[in-house]
Write a protein that binds this ligand. Structure first.
Ligand SMILES: Cc1ncc(COP(=O)(O)O)c(C=O)c1O
Length: 217
């Protein structure tokens, strides 16, 4: 499947991604101006659901990366040595990809604090507060709880390098469609196409049962 980083390289897939992300945000109640996203590379095939799926580990990494950037925009140019010791909190039931992301991003797995859960596996708010206060007393800077969501514009601000040979701001189309600079990659596979097909094949039927909100994108 085609790689893409700018609109010219794969216009249909670029628009498909924008449409599907908008649709998904609508379904969970996020307004267009508040949310943004990209499809992350994932495993080839999800054997539980019989379709190729979008990457959980990489999405978690993006959440942490962007949350850190929001708190400390200097990180992009200056790197970790510029920051105080930072910690991040994750549910004790959280996926191990959070620790992998902490290692990859130079935060370190020792700085991932696991918060106790109740018998249903939900993070206990009082435990989270206790851990945050403890970290504050030690003058560690807590910057994220892993329940991340992305604010509009942060992905681009955090990751863009504005390479002039690809991302010219004066193109004849809206350069927001040049999504490559929002990512930590350059070209990406068109993972969105798999979801599009799956949506058409399986989810499209939901509008008959649940109402027009679930209509095909
Ligand atoms: C919450 C959560 N995060 C991350 C992952 C890892 O996803 P992937 O294998 O696509 O990297 C999973 C996988 O099941 C998950 O459930």
């Amino acid at each position: 499947m085609h790689y893409r980083f700018t609109y010219e390289v794969a216009p249909v897939f670029t628009v498909m991604e924008a449409v599907l992300l908008k649709k998904m945000c609508e379904i969970i109640g996020w307004r267009e101006a508040e949310a943004e996203g990209i499809f992350s590379p994932g495993k080839k095939k999800d054997y539980n659901h019989n379709f190729s799926s979008i990457g959980g580990s990489i999405s978690n990494l993006y959440g942490i990366l962007v949350a850190r950037y929001k708190q400390y925009p200097e990180i992009k140019a200056k790197g970790m040595t510029f920051l105080p010791r930072i910690v991040l909190f994750v549910s004790e039931q959280g996926h191990y990809s959070i620790k992998k992301a902490a290692a990859t991003l130079g935060i370190g797995t020792d700085n991932v604090i696991e918060v106790k859960c109740d018998e249903r596996g939900k993070m206990i708010p009082a435990e989270l507060e206790k851990n945050i206060l403890q970290a504050k007393r030690k003058k560690w800077m807590a910057y994220t709880v892993d329940a991340s969501f992305l604010f509009q514009g942060l992905l681009g601000a955090c990751n863009q390098m504005q390479a002039e040979y690809l991302f010219q701001p004066d193109k004849v189309y809206n350069s927001n469609f040049d999504t490559g600079d929002k990512t930590i990659q350059c070209g990406r596979h068109v993972d969105v196409f798999k979801l599009w097909l799956m949506w058409k094949a399986k989810v499209g039927i939901c509008h008959l049962l649940l109402g027009p909100m679930y209509l095909d994108p």
